[in-house]
Every structure is written in structure tokens, then in C-alpha cells.
Design a binder for this molecule. Sequence first.
Ligand SMILES: NC(=O)c1ccc[n+]([C@@H]2O[C@H](COP(=O)([O-])OP(=O)(O)OC[C@H]3O[C@@H](n4cnc5c(N)ncnc54)[C@H](O)[C@@H]3O)[C@@H](O)[C@H]2O)c1
Length: 308
Amino acid sequence: MRMLVTGGAGFIGSNLVRIILEAGHAVTVLDDLASGFRENLDAFPSVRFVVGDVRDPEAVAGAVAGAEVVFHLAASVGNKRSIENPVCDSEINVIGTLRVLEAARRAGVRKVVYSSSAGIFGELVTLPIREDHPVEPDSPYGASKLAGEKLCLAYGRLYGFEAVALRYFNVYGVNQRFDAYGNVIPIFARQMLRGEPVTVFGDGEQTRDFVNVKDVAKANLAAALARGVSGAFNIGSGTRVTINRLVALMARAAAAAPAVEYGPPRPGDVRDSLADISAAGAAFGFRPAVGLEDGLAEYMAWSRKEIT
Ligand SMILES: NC(=O)c1ccc[n+]([C@@H]2O[C@H](COP(=O)([O-])OP(=O)(O)OC[C@H]3O[C@@H](n4cnc5c(N)ncnc54)[C@H](O)[C@@H]3O)[C@@H](O)[C@H]2O)c1
């Protein structure tokens, strides 16, 4: 079966491409390389790579042709980027998603799996976070990801295809590169491997649910292959660690002993985060398999090759 991965040259997308190919399916990638890397797909010569923008209806229609399943990952990613450029954020994340959905319904796609985010929840009311937790995003990014998720589910109901939104918590793993908008693990990895102090916002006792990208990729494929499954599901590890513990685990994995500098907490950062992942387990058998220590060891080894 052919599957389209929008954003397939990115961090999560390239890991998803790998497991789809390993499962014996054919892959088309649509990506404009805004934050993705062509080299992420170098190992997969069979991929049909369409360089194009999800906002461009013709590029999207061309990429969707022949696909039974669409994984929609292409996005302008992150709170900071969205605060700096909210219009671009929504053009890509909302209008781009609509373009993908329009093309999918015209092409008779069976299933759309949308990459959503725990950023849709905003201020946390209860822990662990279940799917029915209130959604009050506090950034343009959180709001645009929520709009994209709702559009997918509405299109599925309107046009009779299956639609799944996967709400990722903090994803980490191979192919996650440092950038100015980056997540905490690539930032810490770079600091440690360069022998710089690690900078922690707040007291470091805030907690996060870090899920390995291999588990996220598997969740996507399982959701796509589960017949009759639609709806929104949390995808996390179902466990949480403090940032201080994360620093210690990464330092051990890197055989480093970094100094830690504490700064003021960042406005808007939530104190704690933890996904309730039981719904994804019941619906399509999602069971995260990569422990944090193993995942960080693999990531630090990959990072070392990237940085040096
Ligand atoms: N990394 C995380 O922790 C995390 C958490 C929650 C949700 N997500 C979601 O997962 C998805 C993948 O994110 P990622 O972390 O792999 O980021 P990424 O930046 O590596 O991947 C995004 C990909 O989309 C492509 N892209 C961006 N704009 C495009 C456009 N207009 N047209 C075509 N392609 C475009 C980029 O080039 C890139 O390859 C996104 O939808 C993101 O919102 C990620």
C-alpha cells in the first residue's frame, strides 16, 4: 500500500518513513525542506520525494495521488516560532492542513493520521492528562494545531474517511537536530558535548513526559492500520521525569559532568506534564517500548556524530 508522509524529511517524519518501509509499504514524501533535511531520506532511495509546499494545492494533489493513507506532519513547529510569526504559523498549520484534507477527500484516501500536539491543552488542570482535558492553548501554535486536529476529524465525519489525531507530548530521538526553536534534549546535548554549562529554566523540578520517536512512529503506523479507528489520542511515554533527572541521565549517557546554570522560569512553561496513554493502547495497541535511558544513550551517540 502507498502512504504519503507530509513533512517526511523532518525529525519525526523521517523516522516514520523508515518504519513504513520496513513494514513493506511504499512511501511518498511531500516536504518543502523549510525545517527538514533531504539527507534524512538518503537511506531510502525508493521514496518518491515531492519537494513542495502543503499550501500549494497542485503540489499536494500530485503527492496524494495513489496514496491510501496520509500522515500529515508538515507544520510550522513550536510556540516561539508561532509567536514571532503567527500568520505564517496558521497559513501552514491551518490552511496547509485544509489543502491536504481537500486533496485527500478528492483522491478517496482511506485514512488521515494527523500529528497534533500536547500544546493544544494549555494550562494544565489535571494530571495525568486525558484526551478530555480542557483545551485552552496559550500560543498561536497550540491554537493552529488544535484547528488542524478539529479540521481532520470534521473532514473524516463529513466525507466518510477515517481520521486520527495523535497528540504528541515531548518527542525526542535520532534526527532531532538543534535549532533556535529547539526542544530541551537537543539543546542540552549540544551544551554537554561542547563542554558548556547546561542552562535550566526554573528549579529543574518541573516534569515532562518524554517519548521516543520510534514509539511515535510506531503509533502512527498502528493508528493507520487499525480499521475503524478515528478520534484524538495522546501519545507519550506515560511516565515523567524532572528536568534535573533528565540532565543527570543525559550526562551519564554522554560520560560528561556538566555544570548546571539555573535561570528564571520561562513565562508560559507548564510545571508538570504527563500523558494518560490508555486510550491509544485500547484503540490500536500503543505500548511505548523505548525506555528513557536506552533512548538517551542512542540519542547522545547520534548527537556526538552530528556535532563532531
Ligand atoms: N517534536 C515534538 O516534540 C512534537 C511535539 C508535538 C507535535 N509535533 C508535531 O509533529 C510534526 C512533526 O514535527 P517535527 O518535530 O518532526 O518537526 P520538523 O520541523 O523536523 O518537521 C516538520 C517538517 O515539515 C516540513 N514543512 C514545514 N513547512 C512545510 C510546508 N509549508 N510544506 C511542506 N513541508 C513543510 C519541514 O521541512 C519539516 O521537514 C509537526 O506537525 C509537529 O507539530 C512535534
